[in-house]
Design a protein around this ligand. Structure first.
Ligand SMILES: Nc1nc2c(ncn2[C@@H]2O[C@H](COP(=O)(O)OP(=O)(O)OP(=O)(O)O)[C@@H](O)[C@H]2O)c(=O)[nH]1
Length: 356
C-alpha cells in the first residue's frame, strides 16, 4: 500500500454496524460499550422502529453523543439520513474516535453498510470496520423459519454474538450455533449472556470483508440496485409495490411494515400497578407468540421512579430506572411490535390500567 493510501486509511473513522433481530440484545451491547472504560469516544447513531422514541430512553446516560433517526424503516430514506448524519459528524471529526450505527431489529443491514461505500464524501471519511450481529439464542430458530431479515443479518455479519445463552440448554445452544454457522461459516461466533464480551471482539476489528459480501450479494456496490423492501415511509418515486403497507396517521398509532410486522404505540398518564401487571402478564401470555417485542417507560401512581418494562414474546422483565425529573412529563409509553396485534383491543385494555 502506498504511503498516501495508508494516510487516507488512518484518517478514516471506523464504523461498526450493529444489527440483530428485535429484542436480540443490541441495546444491551451498546450500553456495555457506552459504560466500559475503554478511553475511546464513540458517536452512536440509533434508528428506531417504534414511533414514540423509547430506545433512546433505554440507553444509559453517558458522555457519548447519541444521534437518533426516527424514520421507522431502514430503506432508501434512511440511507439519505445516514449520509447526512455522518457528513455532519465529519465536520467535528476530532470529537470522537469511532462511530457505531445501531440498526432497527427488522432492518436488512445491507443498505446501511452500503452507505459507507456509495457516497464519495462518506467513503473518504469513514470506513466500515465490521458488521456485528446480536442473535437471540432462544428465539433465533423461530426467526430463521418465519422471516428473511434474521437470515440476512446473520449472513451479513463479520462477528456474531450468540446471546441469551442463559435461556437455552447446552444442547440447544450447540444446535443453534451449528445452524448459524451453516448460514454464515465465515463470522466469528461468540456465545454471550447479556452481551458480556471483551469489547475488542466487536470494536476496531478491521473485519468487514467486501469480497465476501460481493460473493453473497453481487449487487452490493451497484447504486440503488440492492434488493430491499421499501416501506410507505419512502419519500421518493419508485415502482415498488406499496399495497401491503399502510400508515394510518402521523401519531404512530398503527403502522404496517413489510412482512406484516406492525408497531402499536400506547400512551397514558399514571398507571395503577395493580391493574397494569396482571394485564401485561395476560397480554404477553395470550398474545406472546405474536409479540416480537414490547417495551415501555411507565409512570405508576405514587411512584417517584420511572419503570422500564421490556419483553420478547413471553419473556418479560421490568425494573425501576431513575426518578422522574421535575421538568419531565409523567407519561407512560408502551410499544408493541408484532404480527396480528389488535390496536383497539390493546388500547382499550391498556386504558383500563390508568390510575383513577
Ligand atoms: N435472559 C436474558 N435476557 C437478555 C439477555 N440480553 C438481553 N436481554 C434482555 O432482552 C431484552 C431485549 O434486549 P435489548 O438489548 O433491548 O434488545 P435490542 O436488540 O436492542 O431490542 P430492539 O432494539 O428493540 O430490537 C431486554 O429485556 C434485555 O434485558 C441475555 O443474555 N439473557
Amino acid at each position: 500500500m502506498s504511503e498516501a493510501n495508508q494516510k487516507v486509511e488512518r484518517s478514516q473513522i471506523p464504523v461498526t454496524v450493529l444489527t440483530g433481530y428485535l429484542g436480540a440484545g443490541k441495546t444491551t451491547l451498546l450500553n456495555r460499550i457506552l459504560t466500559e472504560n475503554h478511553g475511546k469516544r464513540y458517536a452512536v447513531i440509533v434508528n428506531e422502529f417504534g414511533e414514540i422514541g423509547i430506545d433512546n430512553d433505554l440507553l444509559v446516560e453517558s458522555d457519548e453523543e447519541i444521534f437518533e433517526m426516527n424514520n421507522g424503516c431502514i430503506c432508501c430514506t434512511v440511507r439519505g439520513d445516514l449520509i447526512r448524519t455522518v457528513q455532519n459528524l465529519m465536520k467535528r471529526r476530532n470529537a470522537f474516535d469511532a462511530i457505531i450505527v445501531e440498526t432497527t431489529g427488522v432492518a436488512d443491514p445491507a443498505p446501511v453498510a452500503q452507505t459507507f461505500f456509495m457516497d464519495d464524501d462518506v467513503r473518504a471519511a469513514a470506513k466500515l470496520d465490521a458488521v456485528v450481529a446480536v442473535v437471540d439464542a432462544r428465539h433465533v430458530l423461530q426467526r430463521l423459519a418465519d422471516t428473511t431479515e434474521a437470515e440476512d443479518q446473520i449472513a451479513f455479519a463479520d462477528v456474531i454474538l450468540l446471546n441469551k445463552t442463559d435461556l437455552v440448554s447446552a444442547e440447544e445452544l450447540a444446535r443453534v450455533a451449528a445452524r448459524i454457522a451453516g448460514v454464515n461459516p465465515y463470522a466469528a461466533i461468540e456465545k454471550t449472556e447479556r452481551c458480556a464480551v471483551e469489547l475488542q471482539t466487536v470494536l476496531d476489528r478491521g473485519a468487514f470483508d467486501l469480497d465476501r459480501i460481493l460473493s453473497i450479494d453481487p449487487h452490493f456496490l451497484r447504486h440503488g440496485h440492492h434488493e430491499h423492501e421499501c416501506s410507505a415511509a419512502c419519500d421518493h418515486n419508485h415502482d415498488h409495490d406499496h399495497q401491503n403497507h399502510h400508515h394510518q396517521d402521523d401519531l404512530g398509532h398503527d403502522h404496517d411494515h413489510p412482512h406484516s410486522v406492525k408497531s402499536i404505540s400506547l400512551t397514558a398518564g399514571d398507571l395503577d400497578p395493580d391493574m397494569f401487571f396482571p394485564w401485561i402478564n395476560q397480554v404477553t401470555q395470550i398474545q406472546g407468540p405474536n409479540i416480537l417485542r414490547m417495551k415501555g417507560i411507565l409512570a405508576f401512581n405514587n411512584d417517584p421512579q420511572r419503570y422500564v418494562i421490556q419483553g420478547v414474546h413471553m419473556i418479560v422483565e421490568g425494573d425501576h430506572q431513575r426518578d422522574w425529573e421535575a421538568t419531565e412529563d409523567r407519561q407512560s409509553r408502551l410499544v408493541f411490535i408484532g404480527r396480528d396485534l389488535n390496536w383497539d383491543t390493546l388500547k382499550q385494555s391498556f386504558t383500563a390500567c390508568v390510575a383513577e
